[in-house]
Design a protein around this ligand. Sequence first.
Ligand code: UD1
Length: 421
Amino acid sequence: MDKLIITGGTQLSGELRISGAKNAALPVLAATLLCEEPVSIGNIPHLHDITTTMQLLGQMGIQLTIDEKMNIEVDSSTITKYEAPYDLVKTMRASILVLGPLLSRFGEANVSLPGGCAIGTRPVDIHIESLIKMGADIKVEAGYIHAKAGRLKGCKLVLEKVTVTGTENLLMAAVLAEGVTVIENAAKEPEVSDLALFLNKMGAKITGIDTDVLTIEGVSKLDAKNIHYDILPDRIETGTYLVAGAITRGKVKLKNTRPDTLDAVLDKLREAGATITTGDDWIELDMYGKRPKAVNIRTAPYPAFPTDMQAQFTAMNSIAEGVGIITETVFENRFMHVQEMQRMGADIQLESNTAICKGSEQLTGAPVMATDLRASASLVLAGLVAKGETLVDRIYHIDRGYDHIEEKLAQLGGTIKRIPK
Ligand code: UD1
């Protein structure tokens, strides 16, 4: 397994281009299953999860063509199988996103259950129960969701919890359903909106985008021709590099991003003492020479503070001035980075879903283990500011969600190297 070796202590400075959002690219690629014509998708990030999605679509018989700019053309007319096998789903839970489109367009889907996951149990009961309400016949047997349906029927769905991939699956299912579907308590994450905009571009009729009530008037088919859609920039990658700037007391400018999707994160960085300047598609953070102040964080669905930025702010609090209290309300077991940070000298106390971080003057480099995607990123951030060398093991988690992280950090002056297995 590849490892990253980081020598801490450099103030990061410079400019970076942000990649397309992983969490938008995955549902958008799944949604291409709904279109009867070939579709082209741009601003696709170079990520392991994208390769997995392409394998997933490829093994269904779907034709995919990539050009040198990473535009992917998907032609779903060659589909032969309606299945997401365990081998792929176990490496990427988001494979569940093919359930809605397969069922609504082809009337059949066999999708492996995602099962447990390092950051909590993450069930898919809301996806399944809502599809049943829309008329699907679903059996869960031998670890697989076996779903069949005639044309799905629009109805009112009130989601018990705000779920991102759940909302996306139901949105994709409703697009070809008969009649009107209303999804209440829908997730409002920008990636959900990006999917909805893409579906509308293919011919869907979705209103209420960016709100928690999505109304979908079903159409009989999506057959728009010559569609090209560019994925929105990755707000979590953006936030991670902003924290990299702040934690190292540096100054960074991130381009090709969307400041309007990061309000809660930018507010917390300002509270930590950073000067933030934004344009339409760029953000600059200036923390030059200043020690960050500890901040209190409470994660919750968008537009509140994202759970996917919690670990990175835990890293920042661990070297900040003062005490910061971090409360995780979205996932029940998302503090696995804390133990590793403690090995680097961080003073963090865990009390159920709360981490009390007392900022230390200095962390010390150590060998640490990445446990999930965002936890891994937080260990890299801690390594950038720690004294000496930090060796981050199991970085396949990072490669799932960060496009060329070592090259991007090196571009900002960070001392970081990949050691291949
Ligand atoms: C998505 C994101 C992930 C992010 C998370 C929360 C993708 C590919 N992944 O994950 O990066 O951390 O949103 O912003 O977009 N739940 C249920 N039943 C369900 C579905 C969810 O109880 O049927 C619960 C989950 O266990 C969790 C909460 O709802 O506690 C939110 O999960 P959800 O929004 O579904 O997360 P994902 O869509 O898997």
